[in-house]
Design a binder for this molecule. Structure first.
Ligand code: HEC
Length: 145
Protein backbone atom coordinates (compact mmCIF):
# COMPACT_ATOMS: atom_id res chain seq x y z
CA UNK A 1 0.00 0.00 0.00
CA UNK A 2 1.40 3.37 -0.93
CA UNK A 3 0.72 6.60 0.95
CA UNK A 4 -2.11 7.68 -1.38
CA UNK A 5 -4.01 4.47 -0.75
CA UNK A 6 -3.67 4.91 3.01
CA UNK A 7 -4.82 8.53 2.84
CA UNK A 8 -7.79 7.56 0.63
CA UNK A 9 -8.79 4.72 2.96
CA UNK A 10 -8.54 7.08 5.93
CA UNK A 11 -10.76 9.69 4.23
CA UNK A 12 -13.37 7.09 3.36
CA UNK A 13 -13.36 5.83 6.93
CA UNK A 14 -13.79 9.35 8.35
CA UNK A 15 -16.59 10.12 5.88
CA UNK A 16 -18.33 6.88 6.83
CA UNK A 17 -18.10 7.67 10.53
CA UNK A 18 -19.47 11.20 10.03
CA UNK A 19 -22.24 9.83 7.80
CA UNK A 20 -23.21 7.23 10.37
CA UNK A 21 -23.25 9.87 13.07
CA UNK A 22 -25.53 12.25 11.19
CA UNK A 23 -27.86 9.82 9.47
CA UNK A 24 -30.87 8.42 11.17
CA UNK A 25 -34.15 6.95 10.05
CA UNK A 26 -35.70 8.33 13.17
CA UNK A 27 -37.46 11.55 12.15
CA UNK A 28 -37.99 12.58 15.77
CA UNK A 29 -34.23 12.38 16.42
CA UNK A 30 -34.90 10.25 19.47
CA UNK A 31 -32.08 7.95 18.45
CA UNK A 32 -29.44 10.64 18.66
CA UNK A 33 -29.95 12.65 21.81
CA UNK A 34 -26.54 14.27 21.69
CA UNK A 35 -27.54 16.50 18.80
CA UNK A 36 -28.88 19.71 20.22
CA UNK A 37 -28.66 22.58 17.73
CA UNK A 38 -30.92 25.41 16.51
CA UNK A 39 -34.28 25.24 18.33
CA UNK A 40 -33.06 22.61 20.75
CA UNK A 41 -30.03 24.72 21.75
CA UNK A 42 -32.14 27.91 21.95
CA UNK A 43 -34.43 26.07 24.35
CA UNK A 44 -31.45 24.81 26.35
CA UNK A 45 -30.09 28.36 26.59
CA UNK A 46 -33.50 29.65 27.77
CA UNK A 47 -33.67 26.89 30.39
CA UNK A 48 -30.10 27.35 31.62
CA UNK A 49 -29.68 31.10 31.48
CA UNK A 50 -27.37 31.43 28.50
CA UNK A 51 -25.01 29.58 26.22
CA UNK A 52 -22.33 27.27 27.55
CA UNK A 53 -19.73 30.01 27.03
CA UNK A 54 -21.89 32.65 28.72
CA UNK A 55 -22.53 30.45 31.75
CA UNK A 56 -18.81 29.71 32.07
CA UNK A 57 -17.99 33.43 31.83
CA UNK A 58 -20.56 34.24 34.54
CA UNK A 59 -18.97 31.60 36.78
CA UNK A 60 -15.50 33.07 36.28
CA UNK A 61 -16.76 36.59 37.06
CA UNK A 62 -18.57 35.38 40.19
CA UNK A 63 -15.45 33.51 41.31
CA UNK A 64 -13.20 36.53 40.77
CA UNK A 65 -15.63 38.75 42.70
CA UNK A 66 -16.10 36.30 45.60
CA UNK A 67 -14.68 37.44 48.92
CA UNK A 68 -12.16 35.27 50.82
CA UNK A 69 -14.92 34.64 53.35
CA UNK A 70 -17.30 33.35 50.64
CA UNK A 71 -14.58 31.16 49.13
CA UNK A 72 -13.73 29.87 52.61
CA UNK A 73 -17.37 29.04 53.23
CA UNK A 74 -17.46 26.94 50.06
CA UNK A 75 -14.25 25.15 51.06
CA UNK A 76 -15.55 24.58 54.58
CA UNK A 77 -18.11 22.10 53.16
CA UNK A 78 -15.51 19.35 53.61
CA UNK A 79 -14.89 20.22 57.25
CA UNK A 80 -18.52 20.20 58.44
CA UNK A 81 -18.67 16.47 59.18
CA UNK A 82 -16.08 16.85 61.94
CA UNK A 83 -16.23 20.50 62.98
CA UNK A 84 -19.98 21.22 62.58
CA UNK A 85 -21.78 23.52 60.16
CA UNK A 86 -21.33 26.49 62.50
CA UNK A 87 -17.83 25.49 63.64
CA UNK A 88 -19.29 24.29 66.95
CA UNK A 89 -17.14 21.16 66.96
CA UNK A 90 -17.93 17.45 67.08
CA UNK A 91 -15.33 14.86 66.16
CA UNK A 92 -12.89 17.78 65.90
CA UNK A 93 -12.56 20.76 68.24
CA UNK A 94 -14.73 23.87 68.15
CA UNK A 95 -13.45 26.37 65.59
CA UNK A 96 -15.96 29.20 65.97
CA UNK A 97 -14.77 32.03 68.18
CA UNK A 98 -11.20 31.74 66.94
CA UNK A 99 -9.50 34.53 65.01
CA UNK A 100 -8.38 34.20 61.44
CA UNK A 101 -4.73 34.33 62.57
CA UNK A 102 -5.24 31.46 65.04
CA UNK A 103 -6.89 29.28 62.41
CA UNK A 104 -4.22 30.05 59.83
CA UNK A 105 -1.41 29.29 62.31
CA UNK A 106 -2.99 25.95 63.31
CA UNK A 107 -3.66 24.82 59.76
CA UNK A 108 -0.16 25.85 58.70
CA UNK A 109 1.26 23.76 61.56
CA UNK A 110 -0.79 20.71 60.46
CA UNK A 111 0.28 21.29 56.87
CA UNK A 112 3.90 21.12 58.03
CA UNK A 113 3.12 17.81 59.76
CA UNK A 114 3.40 19.20 63.28
CA UNK A 115 1.74 17.46 66.21
CA UNK A 116 -0.59 19.79 68.09
CA UNK A 117 -2.97 17.42 69.86
CA UNK A 118 -3.53 13.68 70.25
CA UNK A 119 -5.34 13.45 66.93
CA UNK A 120 -3.24 15.72 64.73
CA UNK A 121 -2.73 12.89 62.25
CA UNK A 122 -6.39 13.31 61.27
CA UNK A 123 -5.67 16.87 60.14
CA UNK A 124 -2.36 16.32 58.33
CA UNK A 125 -3.75 15.02 55.02
CA UNK A 126 -6.56 17.61 55.08
CA UNK A 127 -4.16 20.49 55.65
CA UNK A 128 -1.70 19.19 53.09
CA UNK A 129 -4.41 19.41 50.43
CA UNK A 130 -4.89 23.10 51.23
CA UNK A 131 -3.07 25.91 49.44
CA UNK A 132 -2.03 29.00 51.41
CA UNK A 133 -4.96 30.81 49.79
CA UNK A 134 -7.37 28.06 50.89
CA UNK A 135 -6.03 28.40 54.44
CA UNK A 136 -6.43 32.17 54.57
CA UNK A 137 -9.93 31.91 53.03
CA UNK A 138 -10.89 29.36 55.70
CA UNK A 139 -9.47 31.70 58.35
CA UNK A 140 -11.61 34.55 57.02
CA UNK A 141 -14.72 32.37 57.03
CA UNK A 142 -14.25 30.82 60.48
CA UNK A 143 -13.51 34.19 62.11
CA UNK A 144 -16.89 35.33 60.74
CA UNK A 145 -18.82 32.54 62.52
C1 HEC B 1 -12.22 13.52 59.89
C2 HEC B 1 -12.53 14.62 60.77
C3 HEC B 1 -11.99 15.98 60.43
C4 HEC B 1 -12.14 16.70 59.26
C5 HEC B 1 -12.84 16.27 57.99
C6 HEC B 1 -11.51 17.98 59.49
N1 HEC B 1 -11.00 18.03 60.74
FE1 HEC B 1 -10.03 19.59 61.57
N2 HEC B 1 -9.66 18.51 63.24
C7 HEC B 1 -10.09 17.21 63.46
C8 HEC B 1 -9.52 16.72 64.71
C9 HEC B 1 -9.74 15.35 65.32
C10 HEC B 1 -8.74 17.78 65.23
C11 HEC B 1 -7.86 17.77 66.48
C12 HEC B 1 -6.46 17.41 65.99
C13 HEC B 1 -5.39 17.39 67.06
O1 HEC B 1 -5.52 16.63 68.02
O2 HEC B 1 -4.39 18.13 66.85
C14 HEC B 1 -8.87 18.87 64.28
C15 HEC B 1 -8.28 20.12 64.45
C16 HEC B 1 -8.45 21.21 63.63
C17 HEC B 1 -8.00 22.56 63.92
C18 HEC B 1 -7.30 23.01 65.19
C19 HEC B 1 -8.37 23.38 66.18
C20 HEC B 1 -7.83 23.85 67.50
O3 HEC B 1 -8.38 24.83 68.03
O4 HEC B 1 -6.86 23.23 68.00
C21 HEC B 1 -8.38 23.32 62.86
C22 HEC B 1 -8.13 24.81 62.70
C23 HEC B 1 -9.06 22.47 61.93
N3 HEC B 1 -9.11 21.19 62.43
C24 HEC B 1 -9.59 22.89 60.73
C25 HEC B 1 -10.17 22.05 59.82
C26 HEC B 1 -10.61 22.47 58.53
C27 HEC B 1 -10.50 23.89 58.01
C28 HEC B 1 -11.12 21.37 57.90
C29 HEC B 1 -11.66 21.26 56.50
C30 HEC B 1 -10.83 21.71 55.43
C31 HEC B 1 -11.02 20.26 58.82
N4 HEC B 1 -10.44 20.72 59.96
C32 HEC B 1 -11.46 18.99 58.55
C33 HEC B 1 -10.92 16.48 62.64
C34 HEC B 1 -11.27 16.83 61.36
Amino acid sequence: MNTNTIVAAFCIAVTAIIWMGTTTNDTDWTGNRNVCVDDCYDQWKADNGGSVAEIEREKQIALAAATPEALGKTYYGQCIACHGAGGEGGIGPQLSGQSSAEIVAKLTAYKAGETRGAESAVMWPTAQMMSDTDISNIGAFISSL
